[in-house]
Ligand binder design. Structure first.
Ligand code: ADP
Ligand code: MG
Length: 242
């Protein structure tokens, strides 16, 4: 079964049509990378999947259920879907460990000892066990982003959405974050990743989707999209970024 089925999704902000007739399916364990120029609707798409934005039309089925009709049960749905943003959005007055512990305690009522042990494990997983007691401002951007990933993982998500997770980082810090994401992909995490890191897309994606002007223009295996794009718009975008 498909984990996520986006059908005829549209989103307007007043007169501005940002997503038009978007159809995307994601299977459990798949890594789907979304590429496309700035303003093409990539962030809005992820925000619709997480219901940070309410779609204007169409359906988003998660495990067969239309999430746009969940009403109050949206909180339960959001727990299954983690999101990692371009700007890490950590709580500045909490340490790395406290950032990771927070949601499980607050939302899942996990006892704090248990949450702490799990948070320590997750910080180890992202290579930051030595920074547990450090505050975000004393961490590099790459370290902050890895804490943000650990924080998303703390809720045991079934799917992770990444919105340009390395775009705000100095180039030398990008690699460590991509390594963590690769590890998650290998472990079978279902991921939708908006990124300009074409190397990551080639190595890790099961499928690459090219968006432009609110439409999905082309999708396929990375080898096909990168070496023989069919659409002229895909070709000219790739010619600019590769
Ligand atoms: P991308 O992530 O591909 O750069 P976005 O989804 O951020 O694209 O934006 C797509 C278009 O939607 C842009 O023209 C942007 O200005 C517009 N947009 C995004 N969010 C809003 C909003 N909350 N209100 C009005 N316009 C928005
Ligand atoms: Mg964006």
């Amino acid at each position: 079964m498909e984990m996520l089925e986006i059908k005829k999704l549209s989103k307007c902000f007043d007169d501005l049509e940002v997503l038009r007739d978007v159809n995307i399916t994601v299977k459990k364990g798949e890594v789907v990378v979304i590429i496309g120029p700035s303003g093409s609707g990539k962030s809005t798409l992820l925000r619709c999947v997480n219901l940070l934005e309410q779609p204007t039309g169409g359906e988003i089925l998660y495990m067969g259920e239309d999430i746009t009709k969940l009403g109050k049960r949206v909180t339960g749905y959001r727990k299954h879907v983690g999101m990692v943003f371009q700007r890490f959005n950590l709580f500045p007055l909490k340490t790395a460990l406290e950032n990771v512990m927070y949601a499980p305690i607050k939302l899942n009522k996990i006892p704090s000892k248990e949450a702490r042990e799990k948070a320590e494990e997750l910080l180890q997983k992202v290579g930051l066990e030595s920074k547990a007691n450090t505050y975000p401002l004393a961490l590099s951007g790459g370290q902050q982003q890895r804490v943000a990933i650990a924080r998303a993982l703390a809720m045991d998500p079934e799917m992770l959405l990444f919105d340009e997770p390395t775009s705000a980082l100095d180039p030398e810090l990008v690699g460590d974050v991509l390594e963590v994401m690769k590890k998650l992909a290998k472990e079978g995490m279902t991921m939708i990743v908006v990124t300009h890191e074409m190397g990551f897309a080639k190595d890790v994606a099961d499928r690459v989707i090219f968006m432009d002007g609110g439409y999905v223009i082309e999708e396929g295996a990375p080898a096909d999209i990168f070496s023989q794009p069919k659409n002229e718009r895909t070709k000219s975008f790739l010619a600019r970024v590769l």
